[in-house]
Design a protein around this ligand. Structure first.
Ligand code: ZN
Length: 279
């Protein structure tokens, strides 16, 4: 007798923007190409999406998934005025004090836990919001290029007002003859349409002994319950390492880095992952 899989309804939500069924695509496992197994449904504006899980590499992802137009509308118009922040986005962008505290904690983790000796020269943050990690890097003695990349027009503007070096727009447009000791991305990779391309791009921007530091949810094998709209992928250390291996990188160290509390006792355990190039 096989295992009986119950298809749970993980979320039923009405979003303040429309999308059509013809925007939906079935997505295979990004790592091995398999179809995966559906572990739950996400019902958006009456349309059924699902969370799939690959039994080989343990990756989980949204499938079928709306195409880029859906996410363009979400990130451009609804991300910082979310109607349900435990499932996508934030209620407001005006939370600079909280981000400053978080930047200090993130830098404490990196300085204390780094598996390689830190050389405080060139630093890049992908998704730098209003620049708190950049400011903290400068005050902690990073003395080369300290750059941020940010998609949001309003957040980029605040960084520029603070005097930071910003590359506006999508990370894929970053072109640089500067190579970085550390690239940091907090809550980025799980939002992307193509995380493998992201890893390849970061590889190309890192020095040979540089390090990619990712902070992201560590999703248990029972599957995600929160951020089911804006997280296109759900990782654990095994699936992330499998993905990194495809681009000649690997995990050097994983640490716990805080818990996000949603409603009804639902939580997200976050991890910070130190990734290096394979020698
Ligand atoms: Zn797979």
């Amino acid at each position: 007798m096989g295992i009986v899989l119950l298809k749970k309804i993980l979320l039923e939500i009405d979003l303040p923007w429309n999308f059509d069924l013809d925007l939906l695509n079935d997505i295979p496992c990004l790592i091995c190409g398999s179809e995966g197994q559906k572990i739950g449904s996400v019902i958006v504006n009456g349309i059924e999406l699902g969370i799939n899980r690959c039994s080989g590499d343990e990756l989980m992802w949204l499938s079928p998934r709306p195409d880029k137009r859906f996410y363009d509308i979400m990130y451009n118009e609804h991300f910082y005025n979310s109607t349900c922040s435990e499932q996508y986005g934030y209620e407001t962008i005006d939370d600079e004090n909280r981000r400053e505290e978080k930047a200090k904690l993130n830098w404490n983790d990196i300085e204390k836990e780094s598996p390689v000796k830190l050389i405080k020269e060139n630093f890049l943050e992908i998704g730098c919001a209003t620049g708190e990690m950049l400011g903290e890097a400068i005050s902690r003695g990073w003395e080369g290029k300290v750059w941020g990349n940010e998609l949001s027009e309003s957040a980029s503007k605040r960084c520029i007002e603070k005097g930071y070096s910003i590359i506006k727009g999508d990370y894929s447009a970053i072109s640089s003859d500067i190579y970085f000791e550390i690239i940091f991305a907090d809550n980025v990779i799980e939002h992307l349409i193509d995380p493998l391309y992201f890893i390849e791009k970061m590889y190309s921007l890192l020095k040979d002994d540089g390090m990619l530091c990712l902070r992201l949810p560590n999703t248990s094998m029972s599957g995600p319950t929160l951020k089911l709209i804006d997280h296109t992928y759900h990782f654990n250390p095994k699936s992330l390492d499998c993905l990194l291996n495809k681009s000649n990188m690997e995990i050097a160290k994983v640490i716990d880095s805080g818990i996000y509390h949603g409603s009804k006792g639902k939580t997200i355990r976050n991890m910070t992952v130190f990734c290096i190039k394979r020698s």
